[in-house]
Design a protein around this ligand. Structure first.
Ligand SMILES: [Zn+2]
Length: 95
């Protein structure tokens, strides 16, 4: 993603400030190094609609900010690909 999410100031659950960005997908070398430096958390390759963007290192709470412009754009993109996917399946069945 070209744009960066807004980093939350504190955990909404425990107000802790040890917060890491969760990155999804196959990690690049750079991403792996960042994970080893404890700057980010690897979220695995599975991507779903309500996936959290942030993890609190104090209480392990995971969440995302639905008002973040980058997040809104991402959710719209996900909804669009979901629609296209369903459309393909429907067309396939009609053939
Ligand atoms: Zn917390």
């Amino acid at each position: 993603m070209p744009d960066e999410l807004r980093k939350p100031d504190a955990c909404p659950s425990c107000s802790g400030t040890e917060i890491r960005l969760i990155l999804y997908g196959l990690p690049s070398d750079e991403t792996l190094q960042r994970a080893q430096r404890d700057e980010i958390v690897l979220g695995g390759c599975t991507i779903w609609d309500e996936m959290p963007d942030w993890r609190c290192m104090t209480c392990a709470h995971e969440w995302f900010d639905p008002t973040d412009p980058v997040r809104i754009e991402w959710d719209e993109f996900m909804a669009e690909s979901e629609r296209e996917h369903r459309e393909k399946i429907r067309k396939h069945r009609e053939v």
